[in-house]
Each structure stands twice: as C-alpha cells, then as structure tokens.
Design a protein. Structure first.
Length: 322
C-alpha cells in the first residue's frame, strides 16, 4: 500500500525571496494522491494552494524556490529528473487548468489550432490526422457541433465554453493527474455547476486523478474523496470527505464549516472567520493559526504542532490533541 500512490508530496517547502524578506508560502506539506481519486484542497486566499500546485507543475520561478522536499510521481522525484523527462511528464501525464480561461487562450488562433498545439506537444502528428481526436476531445467536454467550433476564435465563445476548451486542451495528452485551480471562479453560478459536473463526469469516464483547488467547501463536498485544509502555507487537517465534514478536529476547519453558506442562499466564497490572516513574512515557528484561534494554548504560539492521526486517514496538526 505504501508505494501505490500516484503522486506524493513529501515535506515540500516553497519560499519567495522578496526585497522585504522570505515569504514562506508553503511550509513542509506532505500528502498523497491516489489513482483515479479526487483530492480537494481548501483554504482561504494566500494559504498556499496555488503555489503547492505550481510546485508540482514546475512553475515556481524566481524569486520563488522549492527549498526542500520530494514530489514523487509514480515513485520518481519530479524535482530530480532531467529537463526532458520533466517536459514529457508535465502537461502530459500531469496537466493543469487555471482560473481564467480567457487569459490562457490565445485570441489570434482558432480553437482547433490551439487544441492541435496542445496535442502536437505530446504526440507528433499532422493536423489532418488529429482532427478526429480534436472532435473527440470537444465531444468529451460537451461542446456541440465540434466541427464548427474548431474554426471559431476564443472571443466568439462564452466563458463556460472557453473553460471547456481549456479542459479539452488539458486532456489532450491523456493525463493521469489533472490539477484544477479554482476552475470556475471566473464563471457565473449556473455555468460553474455545469463545469464542475463536467469535471466529475470526465474523471469517472477516463479514471484520471484530480486535484481540485477551491475556496468553496460546498464544491469539495460534492466532488472530492479526500480533503486537505491549508492555512498559512501548512496543511492543518486532512482526511476523507466524511472525516472532515462529520468530524472536523482543527478549530480552523470547524470555523470554516460553521460559516459554510446555507444552500438556500447562494454564496460562492466562504464567510471569513474572525481575525486577520497571518503575515507569511514574519511567521513564528508555532501553529500558523494560533493568532486567530479561540482555543489557542500557550504551547501553540512558538511550537509547531505534530500531526495526530485518527482512524488512519484523518490527520490534524493541533496541540489540542496531544
Ligand atoms: N511571485 C511571488 N512573489 C512573492 N510572493 C508570492 C509569489 N507568488 C505567491 N506568493 C505568496 O505566496 C502565498 C501563497 O500564495 P498562493 O497563490 O498559493 O495562495 P492561494 O491559496 O492560491 O490563494 P488564492 O485563493 O487567492 O488563489 C501568498 O502569500 C502570496 O503572496
Ligand atoms: Mg490560488
């Protein structure tokens, strides 16, 4: 069982070295993504969700640096393999969709050309030979009249359709892992629901694993098998959906769930809990949540809590359980 994870992060830390000092964006995080499963990463703005995803994709650039850790994909450390191997893996076996589909699509190329580009980076192919595959991909993401769409430009499509195109491009290389970073925040509510439904359907159909990054606990409740809760660059709690929703342990997770929007009132963001987010520049060694925590103990301020495990899958970093 130990070695069966598709993707595993071990003690990964990422910092940005800014003129003001070291911003510790991701602090010693570890987690596993199992084959064909959906992992939800939840946390408020600035908690390190995107930076942790970028580190998997090799997208951490100056002034950022992966300081330590291992990122194992099928047992191989992505931080140690050659550039060529990296290019083959990232974008192909592991691909990512981003928040805003308009900025990631090139306005001067047709939809067909862009999907062809995505295909051609993975497999040497001619345009003619790949038309069928492009149509198949557009079908998969629920775009009707795909042969007509191929000839259109991004501005001729709605936001929801553009996000579908982005998903089609991300699927072009038949990835084993799809990272979706807030894939619906730029879309209106009904379209959001459709895109999430689509990701769920595709995940089931082609049995890929998905890392779904979101502010929205409601979204992960629907889609995820497992959940990671991040705060201030650390994973403060993780477990199955049932662990987290039925039996939250960390005061931060409990606060988030308490503030969960009611289903009868549409709110797409979490209601913020009391207090100011921590300053990643001047972080102390203790629990990142200590300054906002209503149950804060003396020990929490300067000592990083160890991980306590409950029923195998459920883990929490909190001194209350020591
Ligand atoms: N290029 C950069 N230079 C300096 N700091 C950065 C850089 N990129 C990210 N950070 C910092 O890293 C921290 C984590 O950012 P990240 O984008 O991962 O947050 P997030 O959880 O994805 O938030 P959001 O929900 O708003 O997308 C933030 O404090 C951010 O300011
Ligand atoms: Mg982000």
């Amino acid at each position: 069982m130990e070695n069966s994870s598709l993707l595993e992060l071990k003690n990964v830390s990422v910092s940005f070295y800014t003129p003001l000092g070291e911003v510790k964006a991701v602090n010693d995080i570890s987690y596993k993504l199992e084959k064909s499963s959906v992992l939800g990463i939840v946390g408020e703005s600035g908690s390190g969700k995107s930076v942790s995803a970028y580190s998997i994709m090799g997208l951490i650039d100056n002034p950022g640096k992966i300081k330590s850790g291992e990122i194992l994909f099928e047992g191989r450390d992505l931080l140690k393999i050659s550039e060529e191997e990296k290019r083959n893996l990232r974008g192909d076996q592991i691909s990512m969709i981003f928040q805003d589909p308009m900025t990631s699509l090139n306005p001067v190329y047709t939809v067909g050309d862009q999907i062809f580009e995505a295909l051609a980076t993975h497999h040497r192919t001619t345009k003619k030979a790949s038309i069928n595959r492009i149509v198949e991909l557009l079908d998969l993401v629920g775009i009707n009249e795909p042969r007509k769409r191929i000839k259109q430009y991004p501005h001729e499509l709605s936001g929801g359709m553009r996000q579908r195109i982005m998903i089609a491009m991300a699927l072009a290389g038949d990835p084993k892992v799809l990272i979706a970073d807030e894939p619906t925040t730029a879309l209106d509510v009904t379209i959001q629901a459709q895109i999430l439904e689509l990701i769920k359907d595709i995940q089931k159909k082609i049995q890929m694993a998905v890392i779904l990054i979101t502010h929205d606990f409601g979204i992960v409740a629907d889609l995820a098998d497992d959940i990671i809760v991040m705060y201030g660059g650390s994973i403060i709690e993780s477990g199955s959906v049932y662990n987290i929703f039925d039996n939250p342990k960390h005061p931060y997770t409990k606060g988030l769930l308490k503030s969960l929007p009611r289903v009868d009132i549409k709110q797409d963001k979490l209601i913020p809990i009391e207090g100011t987010p921590i300053d990643l520049l001047n972080m102390r060694d203790g629990c990142p949540f200590s300054s906002r925590c209503e149950e804060c103990l003396k020990v929490c301020i300067d000592n990083k809590p160890n991980v306590t495990s409950f029923e195998n899958t459920h883990k929490v970093s909190c001194w209350l359980y020591r």
